[in-house]
Design a protein around this ligand. Structure first.
Ligand SMILES: [Zn+2]
Length: 197
């Protein structure tokens, strides 16, 4: 079995470059993390959280899954949100989707994809909530609009979690944002669904 030697070489080069700019970068960062942002995004390899907002390691706490879904029974996502809000005290939670999302496309195509179909049920629910609007749109527009509506829906799910509700009830500062990213031009768009209470 190959040991993916080229990835270790790339890692060594990357670490060297950072240390050239700031010799203390890793030693300082190793003491603690103080990110101010929790990023909830899609697992898609073309949507890497830190690179999109051009922030170095230590600045963004990240949770990614297929189609950036926040489900109230998902212990993984809820644990990430709890840790980010209660321990790291982040002030911003960003749900970021992207146009052309494969998870959204798969949820719309009425074919079986195996286990993942159970996950995609959550997106089919979003479709059902907005069927009147979506059924009038042609295929590419329908997918892109569902990508946006899915973000807005997941923002609501984050806001309705007990973790965020409790934070707000305690008077804590916390903003929940919904953004969408274009893999065609690398640009982020704010979907104007930010909540702070
Ligand atoms: Zn995606």
């Amino acid at each position: 079995m190959k040991s993916l030697k080229h990835l270790f070489e790339r890692n060594a080069k990357w670490a060297d470059e950072i240390k050239k700019e700031n010799p203390e970068f890793f030693s300082e960062l190793s003491l603690q993390q103080e990110p101010n942002y929790l990023w909830i995004g899609c697992s898609d390899s073309r949507v890497p959280a830190n690179q999109i907002v051009n922030l170095p390691p230590g600045e963004v706490f990240v949770h990614r899954n297929i189609a950036n879904v926040v489900v109230h029974t998902d212990l993984n996502a809820l644990s990430v949100i709890q840790f980010a809000v209660e321990v790291l005290q982040v002030e911003h939670i960003i749900v970021c989707g992207h146009y052309g999302c494969g998870g959204i496309k798969a949820a719309l195509d009425n074919k079986q994809h195996g286990l993942i179909d159970n996950w995609l049920r959550h997106i089919k629910d979003v479709y059902r909530f907005h069927k009147d609007e979506l059924s009038k749109l042609s295929e590419p527009n329908k997918i892109d609009r569902l990508c946006e509506l899915n973000v807005i829906e997941q923002v609501q799910n984050v806001c309705n979690s007990t973790i965020v509700q409790n934070r707000w009830a305690d008077g804590g500062k916390l903003w929940v944002h919904g953004w969408i990213y274009s893999i065609k031009n690398g640009v982020l768009k704010d979907l104007d669904c930010t909540f702070s209470s």
